[in-house]
Design a protein around this ligand. Sequence first.
Ligand code: FE
Length: 341
Amino acid sequence: MINFKRLIPSSLVIIGSLLSITQSQAAEEVNVYSYRQPFLIQPIFDNFTETTGINVNVVFAKKGLTERLKREGKNSPADLVFTVDIGRLDEVVKANVVQGVTTPTLNENIPSQYQGPEGQWYALTTRARVIYASKERVAEGEITSYEDLANPEWKGKICTRSGKHPYNVALIASMIAHHGEAETESWLSAVKSNLAQKPQGNDRAQVKAIKEGVCDLAIGNNYYYGKMLMDKEQSAWAHAVNIVFPNQGDRGTHVNISGISLTKSAPNKENAIKLMDYLSAPMAQKMFAEQNFEYPVKAGVEPSALVSSWGKFKSDALPLKDIAKYRKLAVKLVDRTGFDN
Ligand code: FE
């Protein structure tokens, strides 16, 4: 892959030393396009290189990788796409830039609900969309489900980011998958009328708002709790809330994923599959989940001690590909209910 370095525009960040890219002209390699941040993946890739002798070259970007793969077509140097959210995995499948792959290792390590259609993507970690509840103002057991968020007792007490953020789109899509369109629309309208303020900010900003007394409940991904605890200023926000894993009495908590896809072009297909297998195995699963306070997809691999301390929970077993198909409709419901207004 002599041209890989030259193909990277300056607006993108190259991870890995120049040395490894120079060496890679002669050595085995695999090229990754990643939406995931360098600090999360580099230690695992370094480990893979140590074990296999295969260099991993990474292009990191915050957006536009699907368009890039489309533009590059069969000449793309990329072998793998690394991303978060079922929406983005669905996007690469729909854009026809990835190919299906299946190996005994992937099948053994990754539960089928976390595999894309015909192996077109594989989840590597899960992240739970939890309810953050004020320690001071919400008693334990007072809220136990996403459905509860629609109850009139929470009028003016809920905070959330935009309904159109992929995390909320997936949650709303999961509500449609379980309850149908009409019921989900009523639910969303009721949640809207319970909001303390117009949807704004990110997941962490909602927990901050609880700390400041703006609201009592917020919707957010679980790993932000860990990130807030590790932050000098934000740890006080985390300490103001309890984590509630919704729907433990029925279908389980909605989870989203981070995952990986093999590109259609994949010039280093064999190495790419080796890396996929490697990422699904216990050691990489453990490392990867720990880096960002997420959950390993492989059964029997425990999350970090901190994440474990938040308690075990049951997650929604509905295959994510069955949830993803309602994403478009979910966005429509956000518009129809004026959720973000
Ligand atoms: Fe996030």
